[in-house]
Design a binder for this molecule. Structure first.
Ligand code: PEP
Length: 250
């Protein structure tokens, strides 16, 4: 039985006061969340404050990105050991905004996945196709390319301690959500693909959906057999919405 995971990607939003208010709201409603695990991924600079606020609670936290190196002359970067030092459990790697705005290719994403695991962090690996790629029927080949680079670099067993988020690029921040059937089809594809390499890993890994998930569409999406929760952008910035999704996840 896979425990649902609902992870919030705050992106580059909020100041200390916003973060504190948001976390107060989440913590106040936590008792109503039955089985889902919750995590938040704030901007780096807010992680220390988030860590002190969430320490001892059931809510975990993580980074939105990390560097491939552990330390050194890499101005502006944040490393895996630094995230670990501040108690992070998770780190998002390969988010489509990192891929498209910061030129992160599949090889860099694979290195970040490895850097996360080398430092005891659980990577949330984002994969997903653009609108054009979907129109060209390339969804599966895009997912293959994005996953194969990581599998080739780290082996299938690395996925025993990882999360995959299927995030169709056309659904991120657009208000357009994949229908439950569309999302399930791709999630099932990912699980089948992993199962050809290791059935146990495929059965155990949590596959999240991401892309305009909201309290009113979450239940139907997460009810799909291969969808084990959500990676939430916009709706993770409001405690009520984030909790609504978490409650819908069980
Ligand atoms: C995301 O960026 O990971 C995401 C899913 O964003 P949104 O929920 O806003 O579409």
């Amino acid at each position: 039985m896979r425990q649902p995971l609902v992870a919030g990607n705050w992106k580059m939003n909020g100041d200390q006061a916003d973060a504190s208010k948001l976390l107060d709201g989440i913590l106040a409603g936590l008792a109503e969340v039955k089985s889902a695990e919750l995590a938040v991924c704030p901007p780096f600079i807010l992680i220390p404050a988030v860590a002190s606020k969430l320490a001892g609670s059931a809510v975990k936290w993580g980074g939105q990105n990390l560097d491939i190196h552990n330390s050194g002359a890499y101005t502006g970067e944040v490393s895996g050991p630094m995230l670990k030092d501040f108690g992070c459990t998770y780190v998002i790697v390969g988010h489509s905004e990192r891929r498209s705005y910061y030129g992160e290719g599949d090889n860099v994403v694979a290195m970040k996945f490895g850097a996360a695991q080398d430092n005891g962090l659980i990577p949330i690996l984002c994969v997903g196709e653009s609108l054009e790629e979907r129109a060209e029927n390339e969804t599966e080949s895009v997912i293959d390319r994005q996953l194969d680079e990581v599998i080739d670099a780290h082996g299938i067993t690395a996925f025993a301690n990882a999360v995959i988020a299927y995030e169709p690029v056309w659904a991120i921040g657009t208000g357009k959500t994949a229908t439950p059937d569309m999302a399930q089809e791709v999630h099932a594809y990912i699980r089948r693909k992993l199962a050809t390499l290791d059935a146990g890993v495929a059965a155990g890994i949590r596959l999240l959906y991401g892309g305009s998930m909201k309290p009113d569409n979450a239940a139907e999406l997460i009810a799909q057999p291969d969808i084990d929760g959500g990676l939430i952008g916009g709706a993770s910035l409001k405690a009520e919405d984030f909790l609504g999704i978490a409650k819908a996840a069980g």
